[in-house]
Design a protein. Structure first.
Length: 179
């Protein structure tokens, strides 16, 4: 190696030295950016751990609030997907409403299940729609209207076509207080 350095000109030695210095600077820059990324990741992880510790330390408070809220609910009034479909269908048939329903989409978690479905009411008067809304409000918080879209019937502007997105909640029995 020393023989190689002795055989090259001073200009070539300076160029080779500059190349080595540039390579070292690039390498140091990459190490520095990785160090900063690691430090940022570590800081975020520590922040997340602190937040989780607060949540975990507050678990008895959350459990007490959950038990208090669950005590206010009536398990017999809760509707799963099938019961929601049956309830809406029976109401529509009883009041002679032209309706279409989608199959309820069920989402389950450890604490509760929700059933979402779309109901379309065709050629309904505003009065009938208001009565339907009042009926749904009577079932609150067990049924919620998440969205409603209204369109006038072009043949008869006194009639509406209404599309409602409904959701019902069912609290699992193992989430009830004292279980």
């Amino acid at each position: 190696m020393t023989r190689f350095l002795q055989n090259i000109s001073i200009r070539e030695r300076v160029m080779l030295g500059a190349l080595v210095v540039i390579c070292l600077l690039i390498w140091a820059s990459i190490l520095s950016s990785r160090w900063e990324e690691s430090a940022e990741t570590l800081a975020n992880a520590r922040k997340t751990v602190k937040q989780q510790k607060v949540w975990l330390d507050s678990e008895p408070l959350f459990q007490a609030q959950l038990d208090q809220s669950l005590a206010l609910l009536d398990p017999d009034a809760m509707l799963d997907g099938t019961a929601l479909s049956a309830y809406i269908d029976s109401y529509a048939r009883e009041h002679k409403l032209k309706h279409e329903m989608t199959t309820p989409a069920i989402q389950s978690s450890k604490l509760y299940s929700s059933a979402s479905m779309r109901v379309t009411l065709r050629n309904i008067t505003l009065d009938e729609l208001i009565r339907f809304q009042i009926e749904l409000d009577a079932k609150r918080p067990y049924i919620a209207v998440e969205a409603i879209a209204l369109a006038a019937n072009r043949a008869d502007p006194r009639l509406l076509n209404a599309r409602l997105n409904l959701t019902s909640l069912t609290i699992h029995s193992d989430a009830a207080p004292g279980s």
